[in-house]
Design a protein around this ligand. Structure first.
Ligand code: NAD
Ligand code: ATP
Length: 538
């Protein structure tokens, strides 16, 4: 089958089993049929006798495996491109509805103008209407993310409109197409979204400061604490008492913490906990606020407890560094008072969704349990003394081959953690993106990259790798990646909202200045050679 020939039909037959890849009318191979085809290939391979197989049969089965992999990749490309196309369709529909509403508003304004301003000259009226229109367009662009500013419908057909057509600039129509480049060219081009006429503006950006305002009073808090710390234990008991007695809140803690509190006093009987992991999965439906007492590791721990939506986290600093823990424990009453009252500034921290796909997997959907990370996923050489060899793809485009100690795929929140130590840039946590940072690459030109948030990265351990690689997630849960295994990484849908002391930018700058002493240098003394002195002497 030639990937460049879109009409090609390929079929591979062996006995009763046949795999065919037909290209349907819309130009894309149906993903379900791809999965079925791949299954059929696997079945065919299983049916093929291994022993006594001559060289041709081996070659033939190799070819089938390659076809199965190509089909699998095509299915993945299609799924992601379809999601993007759907998003653009949704935006297009929104835009269209908005335009119709705006046109109606303009007509009403025009009619009102005819009644109220009978004596106003026609040209003045038109100017007013145009200003009104501009105002509406501007308001619209302030409210929406990506907005086609001044998208004008063709007024030629509108006989009720008195707007001077010569003043209404006709704009060339254009199309926007969102597509994802496939491995074998651009065969994955997808739905075309067209705007009738107009400009594109991005009036609202995802990195705007976010503020949380309670619409009803918070009822339940979950307190998570760093283990084995006396100061944390003392603070936890004080906080629980205050939240119950003064704020009348329901309190959840981990089973370990409840046992600790009860050894202190049986008064803490009101504190609730859970029995098993199933209950943890439902915590987000009960908890309004999470409080962490510890360092950054405790914030990572808190985030890892929520596989889906995460309630707002108020992180108190009881560790040494505290990049993500802006609240000071000495003032916990004032801090919590203000957070419970609201509004409070929030940093929406993006997470990465990581999936390990074993070489033996039948298709891309047969993955192990996905893992969410708030800082980073690291693929390294583990205890092996050989260089890691990792093939990296971004949305099916080959990026590079990492030969060195490993690779870090980091969130922007994680940019100040391991990625920073490996030479990656520090990035404001509200910036959506994925950092691609090599660890000790054995090359002189391997600079770190920052990729946009919508990409899917695939890191593959090639068959010619001398040793397996190891993946770890926020510094935990190490998994071995054998030859042929892959790690898929993309932005997760549910971010981690953490409360800010001031706002996300001030907190970020304070953390790099106080925590890392970033760019700290003694100020140069006033004496010594300087231009000003030379000028005075002259
Ligand atoms: N060479 C390195 O710098 C290195 C090596 C391994 C792991 N780590 C980091 O440790 C993290 C796990 O943290 P832990 O507390 O469970 O382990 P840990 O107890 O070993 O602490 C690691 C250190 O990294 C700091 N840290 C964690 N997240 C941070 C962030 N987002 N920004 C700035 N500093 C941060 C912590 O405050 C702590 O001082 C991993 O996600 C990884 O980023 C760093
Ligand atoms: N509730 C918890 N249960 C189990 N382990 C936890 C919990 N909270 C934190 N940890 C783990 O304890 C370790 C230390 O936590 P944390 O980083 O918060 O404290 P720290 O090391 O004192 O802080 P810092 O690194 O800033 O000095 C981390 O590895 C973290 O994953």
């Amino acid at each position: 089958m030639s990937p460049s020939n879109p009409d090609s039909t390929a079929s591979f037959g062996h006995g009763d089993t046949s795999v065919s890849c037909l290209k349907p009318e819309n130009g894309f191979v149906d993903s379900l049929s791809l999965v079925h085809s791949e299954k059929a290939v696997e079945e065919l391979l299983q049916q093929t006798p291994v022993e006594g197989m001559d060289e041709h049969l081996i070659e033939f089965s190799e070819a089938l495996r390659t076809v199965a992999k190509a089909l699998r990749r095509a299915a993945e490309g299609k799924a992601s491109a379809q999601a993007e196309a759907a998003e653009w369709k949704r935006r297009y529909e929104l835009e269209k509805t908005r335009n119709i509403q705006m046109e109606r508003k303009a007509q009403i304004a025009e009619q009102n103008g005819n009644i109220d301003c009978g004596r106003v000259k026609n040209s003045d009226k038109q100017l007013m209407q145009q200003n009104e229109l501009d105002k509406i367009f501007d308001e619209c662009c302030m409210k929406h993310g990506i907005c086609s500013h001044e998208v004008l419908r063709d007024r030629g057909s509108d006989s009720s409109s008195n707007v001077d057509r010569s003043k209404m600039m006709r704009k060339a129509s254009f199309k926007l197409s969102w597509w994802c480049k496939g491995e074998n060219g651009d065969q994955h081009k997808h739905d075309i979204v067209s705007f009738e006429k107009g400009n594109i503006t991005t009036a609202e950006r995802s990195s705007k400061q976010i503020s949380l305002k309670w619409e009803s009073d918070p009822q339940t808090v979950l307190i998570l604490t760093k283990p084995n710390s006396v100061s944390v234990r003392i603070l936890c008991a004080q906080m629980v008492r205050w939240l119950k007695e003064k704020k009348k809140l329901n309190i959840y803690v981990e089973p370990r913490v409840r046992a600790e509190l009860l050894t202190e006093s049986s008064d803490f009987n009101y504190v609730q906990t859970w029995k098993d992991d199933q209950e943890i999965l439902l915590l987000h439906t009960k908890v309004d606020l999470v409080i962490t007492l510890g360092g950054d590791g405790t914030v990572l721990w808190a985030a890892s407890m929520f596989k889906g939506p995460v309630p707002p986290i108020v992180p108190f600093s009881l560790g040494s560094l505290g990049f993500m823990t802006p609240f000071h424990s000495e003032h916990f009453k004032e801090c919590l008072d203000s957070v419970l009252r609201g509004p409070v500034s929030i940093t929406l921290r993006h997470r990465l969704l990581c999936r390990v796909i074993r070489d033996a997997a039948k298709n891309e959907y047969e993955t192990e349990e996905p893992i969410l990370v708030l800082n980073e996923v690291t693929i390294d050489r583990g205890i092996s003394s050989y260089l890691t060899n990792l093939e990296c793809y971004c949305d099916n485009s080959f990026v590079t081959c990492v030969q060195g100690d490993g690779l870090i795929l980091s969130t922007t929140s994680g940019s100040t953690a391991y990625s920073l130590a490996a030479g990656g840039s520090m990035v404001h946590p509200q910036v959506p993106g994925i950092l691609f940072t090599p660890i000790c690459p054995h090359s002189l030109s391997f600079r770190p990259l920052i990729l946009p948030e919508h990409v899917t990265l695939r890191i593959v351990v090639p068959f010619n790798s001398r040793s397996p690689a190891w993946a770890s997630f926020d510094g935990k849960d190490r998994k071995q990646l054998a030859a042929g295994d892959a790690l898929l990484c993309s932005m997760a849908p549910c971010p981690v909202p953490t409360a800010c002391q001031v706002d996300s930018t001030s907190d970020f700058l304070s953390s790099i200045l106080d925590g890392l002493h970033w760019n700290l240098r003694k100020t140069q003394s006033f004496d010594g050679p300087r231009e000003l002195q030379d000028i005075i002497q002259i």
